[in-house]
Design a protein around this ligand. Structure first.
Ligand code: HEM
Length: 488
């Protein structure tokens, strides 16, 4: 199987097929470098999270060591997962997907080296060190200090120059839905980033908080979600070799997402001093977003028809599981944005459970699927199918236990907060749940180590052999003819 046949697999009617001898050139070393950086930074970020979780149990653990204090560890944990893990994983995927989707090379290998260096050595590593040293920005999802934000902006501009020209060189004709999400994600992140990282510094008080709230949700809605959904829409047809179920639904989902997500941010400040009209608007948009996700996920699950409950191709299985997590977390989000629910669960561990379901469940499974899919197609890369199988099951177990545990903890806390009990009672009641959350490090940490081992041990080129042997789809008899062309 070469790259051209991958394009065939994605979407025969929508994408002009290049001749077999003009397969798009994929810069495999950049896929490899970002993929490895993604998993290494993920392991470090998880380390920060585990330490933070232990400090909730043993508050004096850090003693008088300021760089080990809880706040700094938490900042490094969340910034590490979004920039280090997801940022690198998305870049790894883009270096594979953009040439396949467009039939063109990315702009420049040299630019790719700069982007890799900037992202990891001018954003992630110094960001972590500065936060540990006490320099940070006390804004949610904007915790790295301002100087790092400047480098993030430069890196985002480089990413646009690197990945967008191949789309424009096709005059934007016949864009497959993943391409829409890639373009939308990269462009809107560049526009939204300054809103949460610079504007609140200039506009203090509730107005600044409103901008910060927009970014809190845009970080997830305009960066993480579009690029993760681009992976879902890419890997499913590429791995099943069947067109997606409905192009109409895919476009509807795309426009609804980009229209509704930016309106969601204020739902982080329900019952705050921000004008009630803005709060109600955000609640309405949050409800509609749930409807949008149901459309998108229905389309993705129908596109998986024939692949079985547990697809044998491990990349496809990660992606399919991420799709299910996407549905659950989005419906949960729509529900918790309602005032009646929000008034009890807000500030409780329920929300931390929601965040982990989003970032560790949905986004991480999508990103891992995207990286594995790209890896399988690097002819010289090592690949260990057994390790990846372990990674999948350990991570599923870890996510399910952690999210269930935090959700129950949140409900317990919420009930105590609504009673006349002293606040410390809720802290004591949460303790057993926090112990379990810390223990989930065992399956989750082991799962990520297995993911790394799956990509750096085993035979060279074993990924592609594995895909060819294991694809094994069930025959499909029915596809709605109104939406998708018949396949043989
Ligand atoms: C065993 C592994 C992990 C442990 C023990 C852990 C622990 C923690 C802790 C203690 C917090 C702070 C919660 C609080 O403010 O009360 C946190 C926050 C967070 N973590 Fe993790 N974490 C782990 C893995 C991950 C992974 C892999 C991701 C994403 C890929 C992630 C994403 C987040 C996010 C998004 C938040 C912010 C939660 C919020 O503000 O609602 N975590 N984590």
């Amino acid at each position: 199987m070469n790259d051209a046949s991958i394009i065939d697999g994605i979407d025969p009617p929508m994408i002009e097929q290049p001749a077999r001898d003009s397969s798009p050139v994929i810069e495999s070393w950049l896929v490899y470098a970002h993929g490895l950086a993604a998993i290494v930074t993920l392991l470090i970020s998880v380390g920060f999270g585990v330490l933070a979780s232990i400090e909730l149990l043993i508050p004096d653990l850090a003693g008088n060591t300021p760089w080990l204090t809880w706040g700094r560890l938490r900042y490094d944990h969340t910034q590490g997962v979004i920039f280090g893990w997801l940022g690198n994983a998305f870049f790894a995927f883009l270096y594979h997907a953009v040439p396949v989707l467009t039939g063109k090379r990315v702009t420049s290998v040299r630019l790719g080296q700069w982007l890799f260096g900037l992202w990891n050595f001018a954003v992630v590593a110094p960001g972590w060190i500065l936060v540990l040293a006490g320099f940070s920005q006390p804004l949610e999802w904007a915790e790295f200090p301002l100087v790092i934000d400047a480098f993030v902006m430069v890196a985002l501009i480089l990413a646009l120059i690197q990945f967008l020209p191949p789309f424009f060189s096709r005059q934007l004709e016949d864009l497959y839905v993943s391409s829409w999400y890639i373009i939308g994600g990269l462009v809107f992140t560049l526009l939204a980033y300054p809103m949460g990282n610079f504007v609140p510094e200039l506009i203090p008080g509730a107005r600044g908080a409103a901008f910060s709230g927009l970014w809190i949700h845009d970080a997830i809605g305009l960066f993480v979600t579009p690029l993760a959904v681009a992976i879902l829409y890419y890997v499913i047809p590429a791995a099943t070799r069947r067109p997606i179920f409905s192009h109409f639904l895919s476009m509807l989902g795309f426009w609804l997402l980009f229209f509704l997500y930016p309106l969601n941010g204020t739902h982080h400040y329900i019952f705050s001093v921000i004008p009630m009209g803005a709060q109600i608007g955000a609640i309405t948009a949050s409800t509609l977003l749930g409807v949008d996700v149901i459309l998108v996920v229905a389309n993705l699950l129908l596109s998986l028809r024939g692949a079985g409950w547990f697809p044998r191709d491990i990349a496809l299985r990660f992606v399919a599981t991420g799709t299910v997590f996407y549905l659950i977390v989005s419906i949960q989000g729509s529900v918790q944005a309602q005032m009646s629910v929000n008034q009890s669960v807000h500030f409780s561990d329920w929300v931390v459970g929601h965040s982990h379901l989003a970032m560790l469940g949905f986004a991480t499974f999508a990103a891992a699927g995207g990286v594995i899919h790209a890896w399988q197609r690097i002819p010289w890369a090592r690949y260990n199918a057994q390790m990846l199988e372990w990674a999948y099951w350990l991570l599923v177990a870890g996510v399910v236990i952690m999210v269930s545990d935090l959700t129950i903890a949140g409900l317990v806390e919420a009930r105590l907060w609504q009673s006349a009990a002293p606040w410390m009672d809720s802290v004591r009641a949460a303790r057993p749940y926090w112990i379990i959350r810390t223990l989930t490090f065992i399956p989750i940490g082991a799962g990520f180590v297995a993911l790394l081992a799956g990509l750096i041990t085993g035979d060279r080129g074993a990924g592609l052999r594995n895909v060819q042997e294991e694809l094994g789809l069930e025959p499909v008899s029915e596809i709605a003819p109104r939406f998708a062309p018949e396949v043989a």
